[in-house]
Write a protein that binds this ligand. Structure first.
Ligand code: FAD
Length: 489
């Protein structure tokens, strides 16, 4: 790392926050170094998160479709099997190709890449224990902390990545477990549960709270849960894990109803597995593999924040001002390590805006319009407010809905589960939130994100010509239903 003493920007961490910030900084003409300890760029997202999970979700979906959907389309075959090592190899190929791609982008943009563990020696000086061995010091006028997040464990549960796995282990199982228990019904748990469920595992999701994916619109969540149950995923809500016994060949979990629980809006509609809830008694559940997906925690271990006085909050996150600066001048933070949704695209937005401020420009991230997607099948995607949030804010609103059962393309391909739901302000028709459950909801949502970014009304979407036959027409029809009537319902 010689010649890097005069860096304008040093980024610690090469995840979607850090590598994007580094490339953008270099593009703005700033001399930039990025330090990454993993030996590969792309962070959690590319190596053990978004990308490998989407690879396995796609592969397992293909198998599931072959079994359950192909016959309906008149496609017959005599033998079908899962070759798990080949499936894993395709996932690994996707990951390694993409990480090398980022290295290529670093070269192209002249970002200096240092492989090693960075630690603050001073507010503008990072001491790096390099992966090759030895130490080097990297100095910079501005330092960006982009060290991301790590798996959060549960008290009394030791992750061995074999029987008790985190999402990282769940992305690399060497066998399809007969019984998989997922602790935590957030999107990561549901996605990984879907992968293994499609490949044949019996999946039970244990969740402390009364709802799955708490950030989801309640009405959509209800349909989503029903759909997952149709796919044979079992749910034990308001249930906590109080003991884990790994001494036998199967893991034994001891469960208890979660006392008090949280507010619930769903109770009457949800099929709760009744055993654990009865009379506050303990029950046990056996599994070959237990996936702990009870959230993630900001990662700042070994970074030496204390040495330079960077503050963290109760949850270990680094508070920043609107320019992403920490309480120490010249030291910035972005991505999973700061407050806000722990999502790759949010980290990328942070990275670009932070660097724009450093370069003396204006940066901007609209945190109200960060889309969220659960990549199950169908997918669930949303942007803006849920109906519960709109109600709580006391805003008068209208709802427009359109089911994919009435969408010609969805019917043509026989994949018509789901709906589009649009919430708009009653008086002005301004769109407040959009929620979509559909096979490719994660792509469909961006029409709504863009519309909302421009402050559109639902009528603006409804009067925009949409190609036929497409799933996107359901968005147009839901928009029509918001202020008037849809055509096809
Ligand atoms: P990270 O990606 O965590 O990167 C931080 C990097 O910093 C790491 O590579 C780490 O090695 C490095 N580092 C840390 N400390 C140091 C140090 N001291 N010195 C040098 N290097 C250091 N998000 C989505 O938006 N969509 C999805 O579909 C999605 N799926 C996910 C699936 C799973 C299974 C998981 C676990 C996460 C998923 N996420 C998804 C979340 C997403 O991965 C994170 O939000 C995103 O990676 C955060 O980016 P980041 O740059 O802040 O941190």
């Amino acid at each position: 790392a010689s010649g890097s003493d005069d860096n304008d920007v040093v980024v610690i961490g090469g995840g979607p926050g850090g590598y994007v910030a580094a490339i953008k900084a270099a593009q703005l003409g700033l001399k930039t170094t990025c330090i990454e300890k993993r030996g590969a760029l792309g962070g959690t997202c590319l190596n053990v998160g978004c990308i490998p999970s989407k690879a396995l979700l796609h592969s397992s979906h293909m198998y599931h479709e072959a079994v359950h959907a192909f016959p309906n389309h008149g496609v017959k075959f005599s033998q079908l099997e899962v070759d798990l090592p080949a499936m894993m190899a395709q996932k690994d190929k996707a990951v390694s190709g993409l990480t090398r791609g980022i290295e290529g982008l670093f070269k192209k943009n002249k970002v200096n890449y240092v492989k090693g563990y960075g630690k603050f020696a001073a507010p503008n000086e990072i001491s790096v224990e390099t992966l090759e061995g030895g130490n080097t010091v990297i100095k910079g006028k501005n330092i960006i902390i982009a060290t991301g997040s790590d798996v959060k464990s549960l008290p009394g549960v030791t992750i061995d990545e074999k029987k008790i796995v985190s999402s990282t282990g769940a992305l690399a199982l060497s066998e399809i477990p007969k019984k998989l228990v997922v602790i935590g019904a957030g999107y990561i748990g549901l996605e990984m549960g879907s992968v293994w469920g499609r490949l044949g595992s019996e999946v039970t999701v244990v969740e402390f709270a009364s709802d799955i994916v708490p950030t989801m619109d309640g009405e959509v969540r209800k349909q989503f849960q029903r759909m997952l149950e149709k796919q044979k995923m079992k749910f034990m809500l308001k249930t906590k894990v109080v003991g884990v016994d790994t001494s036998g060949s199967a893991v034994k979990l001891t469960l208890e109803p979660a006392a008090g629980g949280e507010q619930t809006t769903l109770e009457a509609d949800v099929v709760l597995v009744s055993e654990p809830a009865a009379g506050g008694e303990q029950t046990t559940l056996e599994a070959d593999v237990v996936l702990v997906s009870a959230g993630r925690t900001p990662f700042t271990a070994g970074l030496g924040l204390d040495a330079i006085g960077v503050e963290t909050d109760k949850l270990g996150r680094i508070p920043v001002d609107h320019q992403f600066m920490t309480n120490v001048k010249g030291v910035y933070a972005i991505g999973d390590v700061i407050p806000g949704p722990m999502l790759a695209h949010k980290a990328e937005e942070d990275g670009v805006a932070c660097v724009e401020f450093i370069a003396g420009k204006e940066g901007h991230v609209d945190y109200d319009l960060v889309p969220g997607v659960v990549y199950t099948h169908p997918e669930v995607a949303s942007v803006g407010k849920t109906e519960e949030q709109v109600k709580a804010a006391g805003v008068a609103y209208r709802v427009g809905k359109f089911p994919f059962m009435a969408n010609s393309r969805a019917k043509a391909i026989d994949d018509a589960e789901g709906l589009v739901k649009i919430l708009a302000e009653k008086e002005t028709d301004k769109i407040l939130g959009v929620h979509i459950m559909a096979p490719n909801a994660g792509e469909l949502i961006h029409e709504a994100v863009l519309a909302m970014q421009y402050g559109a009304s639902s009528e603006d979407i409804a009067r925009t010509c949409h190609a036929h036959p497409t799933m996107s027409e359901a968005v147009k029809e839901a928009a029509m239903a918001t202020y008037d009537k849809p055509i096809h319902m």
